[in-house]
Design a binder for this molecule. Structure first.
Ligand code: ADP
Length: 495
């Protein structure tokens, strides 16, 4: 089975969030279960270190409105697995920039144009490979709005092409809040008939919706957790009815973790490695290592009280992540016997809120906020922390709560989407054998603070705390599980 994974970002080449983690590592996991997977991504500024003259593979001319744009295909072997091919779509004016989608927190104005070009180039690459190498693709796996137009090009624009006949399209929604809705003045860039600008295709409240192409025209839609697959059929940012109509082909597949990049036993960003075994006493060993990492973070961030637990949060600075709950509970957080370090990536849309947030943090002694995208610090914070906050308003899957459990840091999460599907709440002794964290039900400051109070209380009960860490660290979050579920869906599609 030949499969192409198409994404606007993929770790280790490019990443702004969970999409990058999953699109980057899923091909590796799929390959290990005998699905020949290749990855197709744009060539961004940071990617030049992966390529050289020898990797130039082909040049394609892409019609883009009235222009012919030359796109180069760069082909390399994946640095982590030589059986996997990575095709970069190179067009420097479009992709050789400081950011992936934005710079200094501001979206690029030509994002529609950039990802329309990317989508067209992917389709032309498949046609080229068929003509040049007799390579016939079986499945194309699209991810999020940046790639969803490909479903339209395959199914209704270039459907007469031999290379695209019987090609099955699967579309994964990583976050429905991002839909790729643009004013109609971008329509000419699509180089398609206006007959597609109708409600049953791309039209969405007078705008052009890229994600609709993926939802309507893919053979199968997935999203990244079973709960989110249900939730988006009732709260779907205007697309709930469309998703409910298409529920017959909508599946929730829970994301997993790439063991090579997120593993406390081997993590390249930490010096003190640890792992749990079948003996609960091994938790103590882990905690010793975690303490060393924590103390070095306290030094670095000038945090007092070395014996306080560390509570962290790593995310995009986006209201989705429950920032209003944190902001409104600053006073309570400042009274805990604990230190907090928050790592946020900037978002210019919320500049004022960011300033207010920092002001409040600066008034406390125990809360530090860093605005940066820092992969290394993200790993060190996860390894050094005791609790992890993820009070998201909605959360398609969420990866950081899973990473934190794997690293023995207990998550405090809102009961929604993938958080609900991954964290098992500790309530009382009855849940002791399974629980892996703390889950609160109502999205309210009261419920959030109650969950925090409870977690701090349990933190002081060493026996229970260690057992929860033991449960959390021993759970199987592997991406292989995710890959096996996808494999079942691919097989179903090909039947
Ligand atoms: P989302 O995709 O909504 O951003 P996920 O929890 O699915 O959220 O994935 C977030 C990924 O991005 C994780 O790998 C997380 O560590 C990483 N990440 C988020 N913010 C930052 C940051 N400021 N610095 C470094 N890594 C970050």
């Amino acid at each position: 089975m030949n499969l192409f994974m198409i994404s606007s970002e993929a770790y280790p080449f490019s990443k702004t969030g969970g999409l990058g983690d999953i699109a980057g590592s899923l091909p590796l996991a799929l390959n290990s279960i005998k699905i020949d997977s290749s990855l197709v991504v744009p060539l961004y500024k940071d990617n030049y270190k992966f390529v050289d003259k020898k990797s130039e593979y082909a040049k394609l001319k892409i019609k883009h409105d009235k222009n012919d744009i030359e796109v180069e295909i760069i082909k390399i072997k994946h640095p982590e697995n030589l059986n996997i091919t990575v095709y970069f779509i190179k067009q420097d004016k479009f992709f050789n920039r400081n950011g992936l989608y934005s710079e200094n927190g501001k979206d690029y104005e030509d994002n529609a144009s950039r990802f329309i070009l990317f989508s067209k180039a992917v389709v032309q690459l498949i046609i080229y490979l068929y003509k040049k190498e007799k390579f016939k693709l079986d499945i194309i796996h699209l991810n999020d709005w940046q790639t969803s137009l490909i479903a339209l090009y395959i199914k209704e624009v270039y459907n007469e092409e031999e290379a695209l006949k019987n090609l099955k399209v699967i579309f994964t929604i990583h976050n429905l809040a991002y839909q790729g809705n643009f004013e109609t003045d971008i329509y000419n860039l699509l180089n398609i008939s206006w007959k597609f600008f109708v409600h049953s295709r791309l039209e969405f409240y007078g705008k052009v919706s890229f994600i609709k192409a993926g939802i309507i025209l893919s053979d199968l839609i997935t999203t990244v957790s079973p709960s989110y697959a249900k939730e988006i059929q009732s709260e779907g940012f205007g697309l709930n009815n469309l998703l409910a109509e298409n529920s017959y082909k909508l599946f929730g597949v829970l994301n997993g973790v790439n063991d090579n990049s997120w593993n406390p036993k081997t993590d390249k960003y930490i010096k003190h490695h640890y792992s749990v075994d079948s003996n609960i006493d091994s938790v103590e060993e882990c905690l010793k290592k975690k303490k060393i990492i924590r103390i070095s973070l306290y030094k670095e961030f000038n945090l007092k009280n070395k014996n306080f637990p560390l509570i962290t949060m790593i995310s995009r600075f986006d209201p989705q992540k429950g920032l209003d709950l944190i902001y409104s509970s600053f006073f309570e957080l400042s009274t805990y016997d604990g230190n907090f370090i928050f790592l946020f990536s900037k978002n210019n849309y919320f500049q004022n809120f960011e300033e207010e947030f920092i002001k409040r943090a600066n008034r406390t002694k125990n809360i530090k906020v860093v605005f940066d995208f820092d992969e290394a610090l993200a790993h060190r914070l996860t390894a050094g922390s005791d609790m992890y906050l993820m009070p998201s308003k909605f959360e398609p899957c969420g990866l950081n709560q899973i990473y934190s459990m794997k690293y023995g840091s207990l998550p405090i999460v809102h009961s929604v989407g993938g958080l609900k599907d991954t964290v098992i709440n500790y309530k009382d002794s009855k849940s002791l054998n399974k629980a892996t964290g703390f889950v609160f039900n109502d999205y309210s400051v009261n419920d959030f603070v109650d969950a925090m109070d409870f977690a701090f209380k349990i933190y002081n009960n060493k026996k229970v705390w260690n057992k929860l860490i033991y449960n959390a660290m021993n759970k199987d979050y592997s991406l292989l599980k995710t890959a096996k579920e996808y494999k079942k869906l691919y097989i179903k599609l090909l039947k």
